[in-house]
Ligand binder design. Sequence first.
Ligand SMILES: [Zn+2]
Length: 321
Amino acid sequence: MTQTFQFCPRCTKPLAIGSVDEGPPRLRCPDTGCGFVHWDNPVPVVAAIVEHEGEVILARNRMWPPKMFALITGFLEKDDPDPASGVLREVDEELGLKGRVTEFIGHYPFQRMNQIIIAYHVVAAGEIVLGEELVEYRKVAPDQLRPWPAATGLALRDWMIRRGLTPLPFENEPIKQIQNLRIIDDRLATAGQPSAEQFRAVRSGGYQSVINLLPADSISAVTGEQAAVEEQGLRYHHLPVVWEAPTAEDFARFCALMQAESDRRIFVHCAVNKRASAFVFLYRVLRLGVAYEVAARDLLAVWQPDAVWSRFIEERLAAAA
Ligand SMILES: [Zn+2]
């Protein structure tokens, strides 16, 4: 889904992180004669709230976990005359239905996937025939819809409100209040230090295990964190990492812990998500095989590692090479 570049698509040299005109960090070609910069602009995606016989169709992509349903979406294509035509093409491809656009709902940033979602209400008729990307669908009466607090869920919520319906409040919205939260995927998030009360939001966000990288004597540490976490029925692991001196042993222990918890949804935190984002970056690249550029985006969204941490990251990458 996301673009992944490790090498310059023009001259094939390995890309490096740098800034352009003192802007934010970007992947760029180290060869000044080439000059390629991966700007990584958001990708436009069209989304449809498909109304069929008075109900809304929610579908599950074959890549998604069970019980996860969302709107019909797809990338806008070069040959689509406009986004509204593109969304009708997607509805046809994925549901086998001919539809018509009745309303433009809005556009919604989906930063985790680096997409901009352009959402429409589509009324469609005919017999549903699922396309290759989908494995199952549900039809839900409009007043029974329960929007989710991200991406297409926000479009669904707006659409319900316009129809005079009252969507339920987002259950896991309070998790967004945790400082420097970065949701990596549906199983993993990194963040700064939550308050004791915010572990309730961590649980309602669906997380099952908490890994705390902050030493107990840190000024940001929350006294009684273990009890606050376990009170929510979550597993707690404390793996203190000294800010000025992260070690290879710290990272090895972290990897073992992540591996042991790999069947659970994990919430990793430190003080301001610097340690956590760096460890998770390394774990994804070295243990999960995630493309460097994809993992680096999540890291750089939080911070630009300083000298100590840049060296630590380079050493871990070199040790694994
Ligand atoms: Zn190049």
